[in-house]
Structures are given as structure tokens and as C-alpha cells.
Design a protein around this ligand. Structure first.
Ligand code: FAD
Ligand code: FES
Length: 257
């Protein structure tokens, strides 16, 4: 983990309120584990004070460039969306533990299920898994066609199914509807998205082996403030994990959703 002022290479809106931000810096050399995240200070004035956690979406290690995708939502991401080419961003990372890549072997199939802004970390994961000879099937869920992104980029790596809540693209409904409608065979499940989606997925495929990446509100991002604690399934009320430092990736079923 390092703290570095990385340089903005480009920033563009690729879907409704979804921004693709590319930055360059030496710290990118450490970003070898898909599922990890970075913590960004979004303004030079320390307002807002807290950094914002954003997933590593793609990395070019030779050019030291990192791609992040984020939804412009509140104060922090609105400020981030104003960053221009040539400006710097104060980045702390990489943080957390990524998706295990050795839990699946060449020739097997990984099912990647992403919801909304949970999709970005799955792209780097898909690239790394395909490099290792693992087949990819991706199921990506969005609210509407205008919110959808990276469909073509995932399609370069494997089979892709899309769901939208309003039915404007792909299957009408949720990622769980795609799994109901399609006959998808897989060996391991990797997923990232809103807790409500992970919960529905866990109920739908209770026997699936795999990993969930959780998005929890964070303070410090490095295990010091207890803002992100979650309870462990079957544990004592006093048993907990910190999403930032023990996660954000956990084996399915470990954390109470
Ligand atoms: P505000 O609502 O003004 O934020 C207020 C506070 O709440 C901030 O401290 C903020 O960090 C926190 N917060 C708000 N929503 C969330 C949330 N859903 N999860 C965690 N903290 C939240 N978003 C993306 O768009 N792209 C990503 O790749 C991405 N990766 C993430 C990876 C991890 C490990 C986590 C925990 C969250 C990730 N998020 C991602 C969610 C993103 O951090 C929040 O949407 C963002 O912090 C909102 O900040 P804001 O100032 O715009 O909103
Ligand atoms: Fe501070 Fe996790 S965000 S302990």
C-alpha cells in the first residue's frame, strides 16, 4: 500500500452518470489483485474529509495506468467527476484482499455476477481469469439501458448476459432472473453488487462455491475506525469482520448479509 498523487490521463462519461477515470502512477505496479480497491481524496481542500473507496477496474502494469469506473452520486463523486486531464488525485492503495484466482483451474468456468457499480472489479477479474485459461460467463445487471456499461468489453472475454430492471436491454428484471431463465453451468461464482442483490443470489444458489465482494460504507479504509464491520454467519454477536481490511472479498456465506 502506498499514498501517491497520481496523474489523471483521461476522464469521460461512458453511461448515464457513470465515469471512466484513468490515472497513471508508480503505485499501479502494486495493483495485481482484482477485487482490491483504492481510497481517493476527492478534493485538495480536505472537504469532504473522508476518502472515497473505488474498485480497481483495469490495470495496465507496463504503462502504470489504472482505470476506475464510478457513479456520480453524492458530494465526493461529483467532485471527482470534475478532475481534468493533467490534474492529480491523492490515492491510497491498493487496499483490501482481492478475489482468489487459484480457487479455479484452467478449463473450468467462472460465473461473474455484477450489479450496477459492482461490475467494475469483475472486469479486471475476468481479464486475469481468461489469461489463466478459465472460461468466463458474465451476468451484469443495471437499472436501464442508459446505465449499462462495459457490455462489449466483457463480450471480448466470454459470454455475457444483461438484465435491466425496466427491460430496455437484455432480460427484464434482475440478475437472478437471468439465472432462472438461462441454463448456465459453472464451477465457481464471483459476485459484486448491492447487498440486496448478493442476498438474493445467495438464496437462489445456496450450494454455490465462490466469493462475494461487499460494498460497505467506510471511514479509514485500513482497519482502524470500525466503520465497516459486519457480523459473521453463525458467529457470536461479538464476532465480526472489517470489510476494508479483512475483505472486501469473502467466501460466500461467511458474512451475514
Ligand atoms: P455520499 O453519499 O455523499 O457519501 C457519503 C459517505 O458515504 C462517504 O463517506 C462515502 O464513502 C460513503 N458511501 C456512500 N455510499 C457508499 C457505498 N455504496 N459504499 C461505500 N461507501 C459509501 N462506487 C463506484 O461508483 N465505483 C466503484 O468501483 C466502487 N467501488 C467500491 C469498492 C468498495 C470496497 C466500496 C466499499 C465502495 C465502492 N463504491 C464504488 C461505492 C463508492 O465508494 C460510493 O458510491 C462513494 O463513496 C459515494 O461517495 P459520494 O461522496 O459520492 O456519496
Ligand atoms: Fe475503518 Fe474499515 S473503514 S475499519
Amino acid at each position: 500500500m502506498k499514498k501517491e498523487f497520481v496523474r489523471v490521463i483521461s476522464q469521460k462519461e461512458i453511461a448515464h452518470q457513470i465515469f471512466e477515470l484513468k490515472v497513471q502512477g508508480e503505485v499501479v505496479a502494486e495493483m495485481t489483485s482484482p477485487g482490491q480497491f483504492v481510497h481517493l481524496r476527492v478534493s485538495d481542500s480536505f472537504q469532504p474529509l473522508l476518502r472515497r473507496p473505488i474498485s480497481i477496474c483495469d490495470v495496465d502494469l507496463s504503462n502504470r495506468t489504472l482505470t476506475m469506473l464510478y457513479r456520480k452520486e453524492g458530494t465526493g463523486t461529483a467532485l471527482l467527476s470534475q478532475k481534468k486531464e493533467g490534474e492529480t488525485v491523492d490515492l491510497l492503495g491498493p487496499l483490501g484482499n482481492g478475489f482468489p484466482l487459484d480457487a479455479i483451474t484452467a478449463g473450468q468456468t467462472a460465473l461473474l455476477v455484477g450489479g450496477g457499480i459492482g461490475v467494475p472489479p469483475l472486469y479486471y477479474l475476468a481479464k486475469e481469469l481468461t489469461k489463466r485459461g478459465i472460461n468466463i460467463t458474465a451476468v451484469l445487471g443495471f437499472q436501464s439501458e442508459r446505465d449499462a456499461f462495459y457490455k462489449e468489453k466483457f463480450a471480448e472475454l466470454g459470454e455475457v448476459f444483461i438484465s435491466t430492471v425496466d427491460g430496455s436491454l437484455g432480460t427484464k428484471g434482475f440478475v437472478t432472473d437471468v439465472l432462472n431463465n438461462e441454463d448456465i453451468n459453472y464451477d465457481l461464482l464471483y459476485s459484486c453488487g448491492p447487498t440486496v442483490m448478493l442476498k438474493a443470489l445467495e438464496a437462489q444458489v445456496p450450494d454455490a462455491d465462490g466469493f462475494f465482494s461487499l460494498e460497505e460504507r467506510m471511514g479509514c479504509g485500513i482497519g482502524a475506525c470500525f466503520a465497516c464491520v459486519c457480523h459473521i454467519n453463525g458467529g457470536e454477536p461479538s464476532d465480526y469482520v472489517k470489510i476494508c481490511s479483512n475483505g472486501p472479498v469473502f467466501p460466500i456465506g461467511r458474512v451475514a448479509l
